[in-house]
Write a protein that binds this ligand. Structure first.
Ligand SMILES: Nc1ncnc2c1ncn2[C@@H]1O[C@H](COP(=O)(O)OP(=O)(O)OP(=O)(O)O)[C@@H](O)[C@H]1O
Ligand SMILES: [Mg+2]
Length: 231
């Protein structure tokens, strides 16, 4: 089966070679766990291979994102990556061609429609939506949320794009059931110093490493120690 690299060697090893392309995945973690960095590794791997990549930022302004990611050596000025700033602003601001923040980041359905428009116009192979948390709150009815989410996943799959959503740690995320895989990033309070651990909770269509593995955030980004144990 063909695989798509996450851009993180140790994580690819945990996934038995990488993600299965054309599917959607969820990366969960607490504040500062490294969700955005992980997602960016994934996109930069695509950029390096000449693929078109799309990143939609819902909480961190693109200007500060660029600054943060430059620390890891990620070049977000590359023309193969499109960054969409969908963070709240005071004034009316265009996000996609004719979609405005007011109509867009406040509605999950409008966001998914805008992304689908983008996918039709341009062949993106990798898409990141970071994070999904706020959008979820725009749909009160769980059944409606599931329907919207599932139809979005189907359209994305029909375009062949591989998608990563990020989200905060929460007990029962419906997305976990709907996506093809879930990766969780945790900070575990060890003896005096916090340990970072990464775990694959679910990966449809593949076997995977079920253990929590240590990871570090370094000047080069995330390093996953797939042969080490956290305990
Ligand atoms: N050079 C570095 N060395 C070690 N750690 C770093 C370095 N640069 C940034 N960090 C840490 O990496 C983390 C950045 O993670 P990132 O922004 O990807 O997390 P996140 O899970 O997306 O957070 P949020 O919930 O705020 O969106 C921060 O905790 C930061 O302190
Ligand atoms: Mg983030």
């Amino acid at each position: 089966m063909s695989r798509i690299s996450t851009g993180i060697e140790g994580l690819d090893e945990m996934l038995n070679g990488g993600l299965i392309p054309g599917r959607a995945y969820l990366v969960k973690g607490g504040p500062g766990a490294g969700k955005t960095t992980l997602a960016m590794h994934f996109l930069m791997d695509g950029v390096k291979k000449g693929e078109k990549c799309l990143y939609v930022s819902l909480e961190e302004p693109v200007s500060s994102l660029k600054e943060d990611m430059r620390n890891f050596g990620f070049d977000l000025e590359n023309p193969n990556i499109k960054l969409v700033d969908a963070t709240p602003v005071g004034e009316k601001r265009s996000i996609f061609a004719d979609v405005f923040y007011e109509d867009f980041a406040v509605s999950f359905e409008k966001l998914t429609r805008a992304i689908i428009q983008e996918l039709k116009a341009e062949k993106y192979s990798r898409v990141v939506i970071d994070p999904i948390t706020m959008l979820k709150l725009t749909i009160k009815d769980e059944l409606e949320y599931r329907r919207t989410f599932m139809s979005f996943l189907k359209v994305v799959a029909s375009h062949g794009a591989t998608v990563i959503f990020t989200s905060e740690l929460a007990e029962s995320d419906v997305e976990e059931y709907l996506v093809s895989g879930v990766i969780e990033m945790n900070v575990i309070e060890g003896r005096g110093k916090p340990l970072r651990g990464i775990k694959i909770r679910k990966f449809r269509g593949s076997s995977f490493d079920e253990e929590t593995r240590p990871y570090k955030i370094t000047d080069r980004g995330i390093v996953v120690y797939s042969r080490e144990s956290i305990f």
